[in-house]
Design a protein around this ligand. Structure first.
Ligand code: GCU
Length: 682
């Protein structure tokens, strides 16, 4: 039912396996909370609800440790001296947000203890423990020491103050500005809970393109109310800062970052915010990008802008997340090169509390992009990853696409910046070049739809983002497994095929939309559906024809030495691989090269035939997804079953639409017949 959908991965289904259930019962005779903070209370409620829903009876809540087989939880400072001793060395292994879950002998009695350096860390441990139960893992003898590998694990809401959501496909914004601050929607609490359960510790409430109104006292009062709701869940609030705010709401004549009045205005604004939100996270800034104001309007640069804001929030421990998503119509030769060209020279020039936020690829959240060349190329500057969870270019909330596959592929990419093994994950978590600040941002796919994300399976992308932000080395398969068990069922007959379906879904969308390195051929503006023919937009780099460059000779964007030389922005070893037609991975072929229609692919097929077969393969994969889903009826409630069934039917129809539209369009250039195996358009 809709209620099930609403509960996300926190369903706490009754345990079906009798042996597991009895093991859990015997190990969970009582619960002991060692703390009394708001966060401790959340932990206790969560354990009580989770355990009683899963086991069918409530464990006794004890005020002191007595008897054996209790679940004891509390922060380090609340542990008794015996427990302090037991965990002494484990505590040296974890940071402030890490946790320990252990089976211990306390005065010769067996107990399970969840602890961490503070109550929020303990809460993370509590959710991790409940996840073990949700996925039917043994708790007989637990020994887990875990800590997040990044500091800032944050959602970016592209939510406007009128509650529309830019690139949002799951309804309107959760934030009801009109009723805030006095009306606290239960949804804010449920949102915080869901995020805490996967370790997300920050949220940017407003769109990167938002106006400055959010920084006025009337709105800051509302922001404060949200911050108060989120605080016990360990979630900090951040806001977008429109660079021209000093003019728009401050009455100044300029927003020049070198102007002392401007700098003072921001300092005062920061003081005002921190007065009511002492743990305010800081600002996210989109400056001089797609028409947004920025320091360049005053002949200044990104460093001037970011550092001025950084100085304003520094006294309060705030952070500036300065986005590197910039491109301009004045240098339209290759949009993919612009962010690197503009930012790389500033390496080492930013203040300590600035982190540069870089999209995973150099264009814009495509079904597949090679990794952004900035990663690893600014060793003296902390860079944070920006992924897009909302599926702007991947079928909105209509198509089933399991994004952790995409995220993992990016995080595992080799930058070669410090030789082999210099993966993006190591850039992001600060292990390649040590940084105090590290982080991963995800552009949220959440709205006020009953099921939060529009497509029931899009919940897995929110979930998976959080898990990967905590641990960028996690395998997408493990994420899919956990999510399916927690959301639907532990039945292996369900898990195996549906997990396979999720894991192929990302490759399927690449195949039916943009195989072999094609990109940005979606219809413009909305980015839904094919539009490779569009060529009449005012800015050249908004036109799909700019990206595929199909002609009689072939197709693809030559970014090699013979073309725009974008490959030179990668470390030498990576550059060599991408630059050479022979070594360039076929999945990125048309991203880096313009190749003839007769070019021989590794399969022996010509490029034209291979491309056509990829489009067909994508269609076939969606058909197979439908087939898989049709066998899950008995494991899924009828409402979600039906929803996914309808959505997959649309996805199948649209996969064919993509295939037919693209092949028909490209065929006028290739002048070739479709190969055997490709269905004729219907
Ligand atoms: C894309 C997207 C915009 C968004 C922009 C950004 O271009 O289409 O809606 O504002 O990215 O990330 O700033």
């Amino acid at each position: 039912s809709a209620q099930k959908d609403y509960k996300l991965w926190l369903q706490y289904h009754k345990i079906q396996n009798a042996a597991i259930a009895s093991e859990y019962k015997s190990n969970l005779q009582g619960i002991v909370s060692l703390g009394s903070s708001a966060t401790s209370k959340i932990s206790l409620t969560e354990l009580e609800t989770g355990i009683s829903d899963m086991l069918g009876n409530k464990p006794e809540v004890k005020s002191v440790i007595n008897g054996e087989n209790n679940l004891i939880f509390g922060a380090q400072t609340n542990l008794n001296s015996d427990l302090q001793k037991i965990f002494q060395s484990d505590f040296t292994q974890i940071n402030n947000e890490g946790f320990i879950i252990k089976s211990v002998l306390l005065k010769n009695k067996k107990q399970i203890v969840i602890t961490g350096k503070n109550d929020v860390a303990v809460l993370y441990g509590v959710y991790s423990f409940l996840r073990l139960m949700q996925t039917n893992k043994s708790i007989k003898s637990i020994n887990i020491v875990d800590a997040p590998k990044t500091n800032i694990r944050i959602l970016n809401h592209w939510d406007n103050l009128d509650r529309t959501v830019e690139r949002g496909y799951a309804g309107f914004s959760l934030w009801n500005w009109q009723k805030l601050p006095d009306f606290i929607d239960q949804r804010y609490i449920d949102y915080a809970r869901a995020n805490a359960s996967i370790g997300i510790n920050g949220t940017v409430l407003t769109n990167v393109n938002a106006n400055a109104l959010i920084l006025t006292p009337q709105y800051l009062e509302k922001v404060t109310a949200l911050a108060n709701v989120f605080r016990p869940y360990g979630i900090k609030v951040y806001l977008t800062a429109r660079f021209s705010a000093p003019i728009e709401i401050g009455g100044l004549k300029t927003a020049d970052p070198k102007d002392t009045e401007v700098a003072n205005w921001w300092k005062e604004k920061a003081k005002e915010i921190y007065k009511s939100i002492p743990d305010f996270g800081g600002f996210l800034v989109k400056a001089n990008s797609e028409g947004q104001p920025g320091p360049q309007n005053y002949g200044r640069d990104h460093v001037d802008g970011a550092n001025m804001l950084a100085d304003a929030v520094a006294p309060f421990g705030g952070v500036i997340m300065w986005r590197a998503f910039v491109y301009s119509e004045h240098d339209a030769n290759d949009r993919a090169k612009q962010a690197y060209a503009e930012f790389q020279p500033y390496d080492g020039k930013f203040r300590d509390n600035v982190i540069v936020q870089v999209k995973n690829g150099a264009i814009d959240f495509q079904p597949r992009e090679p990794f952004h060349p900035l990663f690893g190329a600014m060793p003296k500057t902390p860079l944070m990853m920006e992924f897009q969870i909302t599926q702007e270019y991947l079928g909105f909330s209509t198509h089933l696409v399991f994004l952790p596959k995409l995220f993992q592929e990016v995080l595992e990419s080799e930058t070669y910046q410090k030789g082999k093994g210099s993966t993006i994950a190591k850039v992001i978590d600060g292990s390649l070049n040590p940084h105090k600040l590290t982080g991963i941002a995800g552009v949220s796919n959440i709205g006020n739809d009953l099921n939060w994300t529009g497509h029931p399976f899009a919940q897995a992308n929110w979930y998976g983002f959080g898990r990967l932000a905590w641990n960028p080395y996690l395998d997408a398969e493990i994420i899919a497994d956990e999510w399916l068990r927690a959301t639907f069922s532990n039945d292996e007959n369900f898990i195996k095929p549906v997990k396979d379906m999720m894991l192929t879904s990302r490759e399927a969308v690449v195949n039916y939309m943009t195989p072999l390195g094609l990109h940005h051929i979606m219809d413009t503006g909305h980015h839904y559906g094919p539009g490779p023919w569009v060529s009449n937009l005012s800015r050249p780099e908004w036109n799909p024809t700019y990206y595929h460059k199909a002609d009689k000779n072939g197709i693809g964007f030559d970014r090699s030495k013979t073309g725009t030389n974008a490959t030179a922005q990668y470390a030498a070893e990576g550059e060599k691989i991408f630059d050479n037609l022979e070594t360039c991975p076929e999945k990125d072929l048309l991203w880096f090269h313009h190749v003839s229609w007769d070019y021989k692919l590794k399969s022996g097929q010509t490029l034209w035939n291979g491309m056509a077969l990829k489009y067909q393969e994508g269609v076939n994969q969606v058909k197979e997804m439908q087939n898989t889903w049709s066998k899950t009826k008995k494991y899924v409630d009828s409402e979600r079953y039906k929803e996914v069934e309808m959505l997959l039917a649309i996805q199948y129809k649209e996969a064919k639409w993509w295939r037919d539209a693209c092949l028909l369009y490209f065929q006028q250039y290739s002048g070739k017949e479709l190969p055997v195996g490709v269905e004729k358009s219907t």
